[in-house]
Structures are given as structure tokens and as C-alpha cells.
Design a protein around this ligand. Sequence first.
Ligand SMILES: NC(=O)c1ccc[n+]([C@@H]2O[C@H](COP(=O)([O-])OP(=O)(O)OC[C@H]3O[C@@H](n4cnc5c(N)ncnc54)[C@H](O)[C@@H]3O)[C@@H](O)[C@H]2O)c1
Ligand SMILES: O=C(O)C[C@H](O)C(=O)O
Length: 313
Amino acid sequence: MKITVVGAGNVGATCADVLAYKEVANQVVLLDIKEGIAEGKALDIWQKAPIDLYDTRTIGATNDYSKTADSDVVVITSGLPRKPGMSRDDLISTNANIVRSVTENVVKHSPNAIIIVVSNPLDVMTYCAHITSKMPRTKVIGMAGILDTARYRAFLAEEINCSPKDIQAVLMGGHGDTMVPLPRYTTVAGIPVTELVAKDKLDAIVNRTINGGGELVKLMGTSAWYAPGSAAAQMVEAIVKDQRRIFPVCMKLEGEYGIDNCYLGVPVVLGKNGVEKIIELKLNDEEKALLEVSRQKVSEVMQALDTMTAAAK
Ligand SMILES: NC(=O)c1ccc[n+]([C@@H]2O[C@H](COP(=O)([O-])OP(=O)(O)OC[C@H]3O[C@@H](n4cnc5c(N)ncnc54)[C@H](O)[C@@H]3O)[C@@H](O)[C@H]2O)c1
Ligand SMILES: O=C(O)C[C@H](O)C(=O)O
């Protein structure tokens, strides 16, 4: 198995590191446009192998896609992160150009790879990579839901004072202010979360989750990378090992949840073919309304990308 991670910045290098120490694949190629950075980080991760005891070989490349040839999975993290005061959508024009050209190169050298997009604005960058790749929608997907759910689970574990391992949750919609956490589908070791956390506390946790990325941008002056890198690696692992894990994943909807031609996070079964199945939860009216707000918001940004692309032609 061979994995490529494009973008050797904070998220990409973390993802490559996790893939290596968890021995998800024999080979991980880290590629960046900036001279030397990917080679340096790949070498550093490889030199950690005798300490952390793994065999995965990490290889760096400066924009040389021949080194990525025949990858089974490619993670795209290349692109600008936001700075304090910015929204993810402010990154659209710069990152769309990067994601488009990266996807063209990826598909040329690894036509059978499953692509996982991480660059922001996530839902619209997944759209950008999907239409550029001309691949099936089940094979070009975005990572955000695992991260957003992890934040929600971590905050709940803190509130309940229990292990985060015991919190199960699902979340839907776009990766932004309109994401849709679903307390009705949240359990703590099988116990509905509403039996353990008061409504006002739960509402505050949902709100903190929705603004979780922004909280970190404010603290660090750039966006998060440890949890995002691990989240992307978890998706890669599910695919490479055909684990059929159930995760919220961003993908094109074609009628599911009554939504057509929009890229949103939905729970799916993730296995060797990418998305093996989309799970359609029975949402109540309030949840449906929140998902509709998310759909409208993501559709607007998709349209903005279409307009930019048409103007550039
Ligand atoms: N989906 C999510 O949940 C999530 C979470 C965190 C970050 N992100 C996004 O991931 C992206 C990367 O974040 P980061 O913190 O790693 O940023 P970073 O600045 O640390 O790294 C980005 C890297 O991309 C490289 N790059 C730029 N253009 C390239 C190209 N054409 N080809 C190859 N490499 C290229 C840069 O040289 C840089 O090393 C951002 O867009 C950020 O918003 C998404
Ligand atoms: O907040 C960001 O800009 C990065 C990422 O989308 C996150 O949620 O951490």
C-alpha cells in the first residue's frame, strides 16, 4: 500500500507522521511545492522509526509527482490556512487554484487513488477536487466530520468527566458555522447524552463545537493540525484496511436526505472502495431545517467558485 500526502505543512506532516507510526501503509510520500520541506519532514519522520518502532518508509518530494505514482490513497492538505479574523470561505480563490492543479497531477499519476480532501473551505474544495478528477463521488471525499465530532466528544468527556473513548456521536452538514451536531444521536457508553448533560450545558458544547476551529485560530494565529492530521489518517486507515468504519464524511449528495448536487457531511461506511454506503438517518423537523441552512450556505459558496472559474476562462 502506498499513500501520498500533498502539502507538507502542519496538517500534512502530522497526517504523514500518524500514518507512519501506525504503520497504515508500507510507504508514505509527502509532497510540497516548497523546495526541501517535504524531503526534510519525511526524513525526520523516517529517523523517528527506530525510536517509535515502525517500518513505514516516508519519502519526500518537491512537486515531483512521479514519486507519488500508483498511490492507493492521496490526502490533499495543500493550501493556505486561515488567520484570525478570517472565515474559511475567505480562502476559496487561492485554495481552489491549488486544489485544482494538485488534483490534476494526482489523477495523472495515480488514476485509481481514492482522494481525501482536507484543504479549506472543505466542502467546496471537495467539490473542486471531485469535478477536476472526473472520478466517482464515492472516491473523492472530504475530511471534516471526524474532526468536528472529535471536538464535540472531547468537550462532552470534559463535562461528564469520563473517557472520550466512551462518547459516540454523529454530526452532519457543512464544515463551518452551519454544521449540524446531533445530540439526539449522541450516546455515552450507550446512554443518551441528554440523560447525563443538562440542556443548557449541551447547547453550550454544541456552540463551542461549531466554533471549534475558530477558537484554535484565535489562540495560535493559524489553524489546528494535530486533530485534523489524525482525523485524515483515520480515514486513510479505514480505506486501506477495509475497516468499514462509520464516519461523517463530506461528499456529493445525489438525492440523499432530499438534497441534490451539494457537498455535505453525512454518515457513511468507509472501506476499500471509499464510501461503501451512505447512511440516511431519520432526522426530525428541527434537524432537517438546520441541514437545509447548511445546504444553502455550501451551495452559495459552490456557486461563488463556479462564477470565479467561469470568469477565469
Ligand atoms: N478539513 C479540515 O477539517 C481542516 C482542518 C485543518 C486545516 N485545514 C485546512 O488544511 C489546509 C492546510 O493547513 P495547514 O495548517 O497544514 O497549512 P500550512 O500552511 O502549514 O501547510 C500548507 C502547505 O501546502 C503547501 N502548498 C501550497 N501550495 C501547494 C501546491 N500547489 N502543491 C503542493 N503543496 C502546496 C505549502 O507550501 C504548505 O507547506 C488549509 O487550507 C487549512 O484551512 C482543514
Ligand atoms: O478552522 C480552520 O480554519 C481549520 C479547520 O477547518 C478546523 O476546523 O480546525
